[in-house]
Write a protein that binds this ligand. Sequence first.
Ligand SMILES: CC(C)=CCC/C(C)=C/CC/C(C)=C/CC/C(C)=C/[C@@H]1[C@@H](COP(=O)(O)OP(=O)(O)O)[C@]1(C)CC/C=C(\C)CC/C=C(\C)CCC=C(C)C
Length: 623
Amino acid sequence: MGYDYALVHLKYTLPPALALTLLFRPLATKLDVYKILFLITISVVSTTPWDSYLIRTRIWTYPPDAILGPTFFDVPIEEYFFFVIQTYITSLVYLISSKPTFHPIYLQVERSRPSHGRPERGQNWRYIKLAGQLILALALRYSIKLVRDGGHGTYMGMILLWAVPFLLLLWSLSYQFIVGLPNSNTIIPVLIPTLYLWFVDTLALQRGTWAIESGTKLGYQLWGLDIEEAAFFFLTNTLVVWGLIAFDNAIAVINTFFELYRHVPTWPSPIMLVRALLVPAAAYDEDQILGLIQAALRLQSKSRSFFLASGTFPGRLRIDLTILYSFCRVADDLVDTAKTPEEARESIRKLNDFVDLSYQRMTRPAKIAALQEFIEASFPFNAQLALLQLPTHYLPQAPLRDLIKGLESDIKFSETTKSGTANFPIATEADLDTYALRVAGTVAELCLVLVFHHYPSSSSAASAAAKECILKAGRTMGLALQCVNISRDIAVDAGLKRVYLPSEWLADEEDAVEVEDKGIDKDKSKGFTPDAVIRDPADARVEKLRQRMLAKAFQAYEEAKGAIEELPVEARAPMRVAVESYMEIGRVLRKDGGKKGYKVKAGRATVPRGRRFWVAWRALSRG
Ligand SMILES: CC(C)=CCC/C(C)=C/CC/C(C)=C/CC/C(C)=C/[C@@H]1[C@@H](COP(=O)(O)OP(=O)(O)O)[C@]1(C)CC/C=C(\C)CC/C=C(\C)CCC=C(C)C
């Protein structure tokens, strides 16, 4: 009996496992835990007979004075622990690095011929799949030869003979994801643990904790490590990562195609996962994927805060929030980028017609057909899928109508009053509240309805009254975010001839300057109006009003934030991330008095990347 092997774990495998656990804990979902357990079970079950054979045939040995003693099927318990801990470490590296990935957009329809009007994606998949299969089949043939020939190639042959069939299976099922996912999801999670385990293995071999018989190895070395050992760790880590990729591929199919999978269980059975992988890529709903790609790109390019937060929402809720963002963005842009007020009004009319049609009583297939026809005839091509995908069958009508009313009020800025002067519709604080509740309170309500839809019974919010309280707090939080948005964009909005600071607040500043500077600065004491803000958004009084707007934002935030803790547990921490990431913009503007400490991009204050991650991390860890 000895402690050498146990000490390898204590010194080299447990510390990184522990560090990764601490890092991953706040990000982990129930599905992630399921994935890890699934992978560990497969790795223990598949490795045991193979390892046992290697030990019994003395290709691989352990000196009795290096291990604790107990064995199962001749495999020491420390070795079982290695199967578990290696799979665990590699899984965590993969899960952490793939957290931001939005998997549905990596599904690709495979067509045998080009389809009219569609981007030519995925034409070469058949050849890519076959090329991979061919390479792996050749590797398999070579491994059989090595084992048959015996002698020096035996251990390498045994490694390949064991690993390649699994790789072939995983490749055949998930080649789209293995090739298409970013390197951070594929190459990095294989390389990091492989390099580390090569280092650990070199130490263990040098110390004699385990040994490879010289007659059954090729004798080649890679940085002082037997080539078989290098191959073993590379292949086993590839197996773990490809296994997880296949899992994510299956989940992406299940989550993306609502028509095929009405209900998504928390823990899909292995049979369900395999069936999902067997859905032919030619049968994928192309518009569904294209709409999600557009929505994800919109989110990524237009909102750093919500993009970061979106990665923390699970499964279909993430998909629906991304779709909702895309709809809101498109609707806002249709109005904002219109060349004339008439064009903007026309967009508002069409958006209202879209809502009318979406809530008309008719069968779902008839409604989808009618909506498709109407949307194609009324909206620009790149806006169409954002409207078509909005899940109006489980979203309420009222907040959508109010949101459109809120967007409509922006048009008033480009109109003139009866006396021919510019129009500033936000005259009082009550006007500001109405506006903010319409453009942002409604968005909050829609987000929360999606949360309740996807997690109907897993919260203390099950009763209608409790839900109503949460919705009310949500609307208040929307108002808080909108006030931050206004404080951030004063100069940008002034450039568009818009002033969201209530005119009555401006008048308050005019009075204050009159009292302070009486007789000193005549020019300043004259009417501080929205026009003056447009002329000089850098006026010191604007900064004072920015702080007043931020004070209002934080008051609403304090009032509403407690309700987040009443949400279903799956949405609680992600919702904190969404809210905190946006409120952080308000914090930098507040703390620094609008001067330094934040980056300005396109005239807007943004929170530096590191700080955003830190905020998200804290928000996730709080629960
Ligand atoms: C995580 C995730 C994907 C969330 C999606 C959130 C979502 C659907 C946002 C829609 C944003 C949007 C384009 C709305 C159109 C109207 C508008 C412009 C509203 C302002 C957003 C500003 O976003 P951004 O800075 O990107 O836009 P501009 O560049 O200024 O054009 C708003 C500030 C509103 C955002 C409000 C919310 C997302 C509501 C937040 C509150 C909750 C989610 C509820 C919290 C829960 C409780 C219980 C308190």
